[in-house]
Design a protein around this ligand. Structure first.
Ligand SMILES: C[S@@+](CC[C@H](N)C(=O)[O-])C[C@H]1O[C@@H](n2cnc3c(N)ncnc32)[C@H](O)[C@@H]1O
Length: 222
């Protein structure tokens, strides 16, 4: 299995990663109405979603392999007086007990491994989720130009190691719908969106596509 590599947040364009996404606004409403409380922001980055969910009353834990990201979140949470539990850790070996969370939010995170690694990450998510708990995950799509142009550089049928800053050496796993259904076989998938991320720089258009998946953990016979 390929080695995990966190984001080099010191050299990234941080401003793009400080505002919570539309999906987190929607889910903070829906998950609150369902009575969910314990939430894991997996691969929290600088912490924008952890802060958003904590402000909306969730009991938030956040993990990232990047020390820089976790330090950023801890100081953000202290400034906002939010009781977020943020730790440095690896999503392949989550530092939480079994059945700890009602929901897991993982935005542009689980794709940072290879095929074997992504299978392990999904089984770690299953371990820490309560039965009938919910997930929101995104996956890089095989229809992205980065995947299609990297034919010779794929390390397995789904994975490319990036060579561009700020993600030099960072693995990216690309999926299609069949891959997602196979990976999430212990879940009932409730919603899948497949969209193009459209840069506003129209002269430098770079087709990147993602899947966004909502699913409920409903294993048979466990
Ligand atoms: C594209 S960023 C997304 C950050 C955040 N979810 C957001 O939407 O702002 C991906 C994050 O995944 C983290 N990451 C990569 N591999 C990881 C691993 N094995 N375990 C935990 N976090 C990891 C990176 O350090 C980075 O912060």
């Amino acid at each position: 299995m390929v080695q995990s590599k966190g984001w080099d947040w010191e050299n990234a364009n941080q401003s793009a990663w400080l505002k919570p996404t539309e999906d987190s606004y929607y889910l903070s409403q829906v998950w609150k109405e369902k009575g969910y409380s314990k939430l894991l922001d997996l691969g929290t980055g600088l912490g924008r979603h952890a802060v958003h969910f904590a402000k909306n009353g969730f009991d938030v834990s956040a993990v990232d392999i990047s020390d820089y990201g976790i330090r950023h979140l801890i100081s953000w949470a202290e400034n906002e007086k939010l009781p977020i539990k943020a730790v440095t850790g690896d999503m392949l070996h989550l530092p939480y007990p079994d059945k700890e969370f009602d929901c897991v939010f993982a935005y542009h995170v689980v794709s940072h491994s290879d095929t074997q690694g992504v299978e392990m990450i999904i089984s770690e998510i299953e371990r820490v989720l309560k039965r009938d708990g919910e997930i929101f995950l995104s996956f890089c799509s095989k229809e992205s130009i980065d995947f299609q142009e990297a034919q010779g550089d794929r390390i397995d049928g789904n994975t490319v190691i990036y060579q561009k800053e700020p993600e030099v050496g960072v693995p990216h796993f690309y999926a299609d719908l069949a891959d997602i259904i196979k990976l999430l076989h212990n879940f009932s998938i409730t919603k899948v969106r497949h969209t193009e991320y459209c840069s506003l720089d129209l002269h430098n258009r770079h087709k990147r596509m993602y899947y966004y998946v909502n699913a409920v953990y409903s294993p048979i016979g466990r």
